[in-house]
Design a protein around this ligand. Sequence first.
Ligand code: SF4
Length: 191
Amino acid sequence: MAVTRREFLGLTSRAAAGTAVGALVALGADLTPKVARAQELRIAGAEAHPSVCCYCSVGCGLLIHTVDGEIVNIEGNPASPINYGNLCPKGAAVYQLHVNPNRLTKVLHRAPGATQWEVWDLERAMDRVAELIKQTRDETFIERDANGKTLMMTPAIFSLGGALLDDEWNHIHQKLMRGLGIVAIENQARI
Ligand code: SF4
């Protein structure tokens, strides 16, 4: 159905007048201070913890608001020289990364060929990862090439770091990877 501009304005003004806020706006009320006050109340009494968005290498600053140890809000940190309080849509939804009924909180393992997921405790999962890394490394380790040149590496394992890894983590991670003979080391920030 085609709607003219006049009909559209009539419809929206009637719809707006159907709510208290809409009626106030229709009467010309400036709600800007009220909206700002509502924003304040939303985080009243909350502790603010500076953090960094985990999603990409831009590294936007966040403020995480907590009440009694529970996260109640996450927003851009205006003091961050990277994003000045702004967040992209993904970063703006980061609250749902933590507070989300669909978030997985247990390790799920599906064996090759299986149709069902099995719940594993974290210890068992970590042991299995370590076991597979060791096995793969041992099976594919190359000490020397055909010309006798020393290589001491495995081409079978690739390491991909995340943007949130800090200097200290990367330092330790490099030592572990080089120690295992892994040479394919990359970071999400460069992809
Ligand atoms: S808010 Fe967006 S741009 Fe900033 S770090 Fe997160 S994902 Fe990257």
